[in-house]
Design a protein around this ligand. Sequence first.
Ligand SMILES: CC(C)(COP(=O)(O)OP(=O)(O)OC[C@H]1O[C@@H](n2cnc3c(N)ncnc32)[C@H](O)[C@@H]1OP(=O)(O)O)[C@@H](O)C(=O)NCCC(=O)NCCS
Length: 145
Amino acid sequence: MALQDIDPVLVMERLCFATPWSREAFIGEVRDNECAHYLVGETAGRVVAYGGFWRVLDEGHITNVAVHPDYQGLGYGKILLDALLRRAAELGVVSATLEVRESNFRAIRLYEKFGFEPAGRRKGYYADNGEDAIIMWQRDLENIP
Ligand SMILES: CC(C)(COP(=O)(O)OP(=O)(O)OC[C@H]1O[C@@H](n2cnc3c(N)ncnc32)[C@H](O)[C@@H]1OP(=O)(O)O)[C@@H](O)C(=O)NCCC(=O)NCCS
């Protein structure tokens, strides 16, 4: 992700999430945060997916994963997550974690396909509706399914 990708990323962020990140948040991640790594996925010259993680020692903390609603269910999420995890592994990351809404079955299924397993719950984590977050970990990035 480069600064010029942030406009289409913000469109997707607002379409996909109840509490979207601001432009300033993405600028900070892309320009200033040395532990942050963000990728975008393009098709036919259009940015249709994005995601990122923070590398913290040998852990990857996935911050967001999203595919434009017009392109969901077509395999882009799998391509994106695969690319994120491989980039993390190249950087020496051995395990990855994320939080996901407990009602977000589609995302949970995607993460399970890549070896993520539920490891805990954050009660009332999501401010918009008080939903719990499921904490998931993938502890063997050398062997991404
Ligand atoms: C979750 C998300 C990233 C998945 O991306 P996608 O491009 O739609 O997913 P893919 O087409 O690559 O499918 C990946 C897997 O997700 C699951 N999946 C996809 N569509 C699904 C559906 N309608 N119902 C249930 N599972 C589904 C399947 O396990 C699928 O793998 P399979 O096709 O081998 O069965 C995307 O739907 C999205 O951006 N959602 C809104 C934002 C979001 O919730 N992000 C995650 C926050 S933690």
